[in-house]
Design a protein around this ligand. Sequence first.
Ligand code: ADP
Ligand code: ZN
Length: 745
Amino acid sequence: MKTVRVSPDLAADGEFDYRVPEHLAGTLAVGSQVRVPFGRTHRRAFVTAFPDAPACPPEKLRDIEAVLPAPPLFDGDILSLARWMARYYLCSLPAAFRAVLPAAVRREGADFLRRLRVRATEKALALPEADLAALAKRSPRQAEALVFLRAAGAEGGELADLCRRARVDRPVWDALEKKGLAEKTMGVRARSPAAPADGVVATAPPRLTEEQEAALGAIREEMASEHPRVVLLHGVTGSGKTEVYLQAIATALAKGQGAIALVPEISLTPQTQERFLSRFGGQVAVLHSRLGDGERYDEWQRIARGEARVVVGARSALFAPVRPLGLILVDEEHESAYKQEEAPRYNARDVAVQRAALCGAAVVLGSATPSLESYANALRGRYRLAEMPHRVRERAMPEVHLVDMRHERSGEGAMRLFSTPLVEAVRARLAAGEQTILFLNRRGYATALACEACGEILGCPDCSVRFTYHRARGRLVCHTCGAERAVPETCPHCGAPYRKTGVGTERIEETAQKLFPNAHIARMDSDTTARKGSHDRILGAFRRGETDILIGTQMIAKGLDFPRVTLVGVMNADAGLQMPDFRSGERTFQLLTQVAGRAGRGEVPGEVFFQTFQPDNPTLQAAAKEDYKAFWESESAMRQVFRYPPFSRLARLVFSGPSEDATQAAAKAAGARLKDIAPAGTKVLGPAAAPLAKAKGAWRFQLLVRSESADGKTSLPSLLRTFLRACPPPSGVTVTPTIDPVSFL
Ligand code: ADP
Ligand code: ZN
């Protein structure tokens, strides 16, 4: 007798063993959904394994009752992946399961029991009266039920409803099903389609450039190999990486395989979606964060049934039930958005490599500015490097000017924000009917309010963060906890008035409006896009040319492909360099390269201005030339000296709690203990106050643990797991471990 192990919701309640009755044995797989008796009730549960030795004697096991007529929503590989994530990222198994099977899918699935429909089979509808009479003699309840069922016609009815009307229980329908007289189906809810492929104009693949051809060839070779190597596709902005992705996907489809394309949430714009939809139509499922639970569930079903074989989505789309999976693409692989900042603290790029290895799929990591980690892997020969150093159609790279703002400082008012060359360049674009993007990575009006006399800066009492002044709201806002308060008239200490310092997008918009009174100006940041649809509205107007100047934060820095944009101005190119993070140079390089890449994508060549107080900074100079190799040389030398990744591996432990002293003491004790047990080559740094020393009322201290061999991959998680088990923090203090941390705030 076969046994099966199931988990009621794959997250909290543990696993239980059941017996599989003979007639259901052939229909079960890992990931199947079954109905099981559970105490005195019934539950929906997922099959997780077929154990050789059940947890208790087989005669004590109960039978599963039914297999739900829905395709498995995960498989054995995904379960292995979740187990690996729990081990590597130090989270609980339920937390890992929650990540791989979205709540919407788990919850909606439980709804199945209610949505299950049953209908008469053709055999039942054509059943001769004599047979019905015979059935009535042997099992009158089944015959009664069948009468109701035949009356319900080809559509059948909801199972729960029919049970009530025919006054029979569930097993009666199961018995009819076994006789081939009834069949269960899923009730389908009427919903608006999630990704309307209609209305999208189909595109044929263009002829590839030589560089694209070579890159695609490399990807195809790996796809054909038994143990594909990860391909790192390093292509400058506008080199046509997306087109390579599309044709690689077409290759997978031609082989009968599916593909997953991950993009950072922020770049999952209608424009991105359209590029996939126009090539693959209804075979595409788009998983974005704005999907409702029901829509998300339906898309998963569509994928599991094999109707949608191309999945495009942010981070969590990595776990979609594509079978068989031939290819995973990670666009903008360097993006920090791939790191989830709550448990499990995984990096989707790295888990993609793991998932692909489990099922033999190929992986392509694409970027104009690869992370140092991935590039190092390519140089070490672990990844295969494919390079596309030129733009398609002989489009030139934009010309980038570094504007020394130290010489502009004497200027009055607006000229302190806009340098003379930038103002002239904008005027020229306005006259020519071309478009401009102005970028500043700070929203709000003024980034601080300082007392004119004593210099006191107003900060949020719950966070070690300055208040930002928002003019539209007329209030101060904390960007960490969201707290708002009125602007005080005068400084409480010395009675002097406050001065607004530091510049945000609101202020740039106001100044631009003064400098260019006849221009149509729009602003795009998380303040102007809070309402549903506003995002598309702003970009739509820009695309149609109704807006001359688009001002915005990183929301406009990435992925936009507007051919009429010929000018990009970066208002403060130095802004990211001061962040307390060893990757601040890398982030600045990536961001500036991306922003600059928005210019000159059409016929007219582009021009870019970086306004800076450090025109000699090597990172800015490398970004100005989009010279990745120069950047790699200077940055990797620094990382090597200080033993930062990719020349080591890091883990971070953040201790937080309402008491500053107790939290610090816990971090100190943990640090001392860790130093005792750390093996050679592993260094414990700290504790130190976290750069964000207080957030939402909790004090924060951190320890960094560094494994100096680049292969410390397995050793850091196991060291920390042992440590956390043996030394839990005292009550009132929580400890949060992050492996391969991306944020150091
Ligand atoms: P990237 O993702 O590298 O920034 P894209 O894939 O967005 O580059 O390509 C830039 C532009 O060039 C897009 O408008 C795209 O449609 C176009 N393009 C890409 N490949 C080709 C090609 N082989 N022939 C003609 N146009 C192409
Ligand atoms: Zn706050």
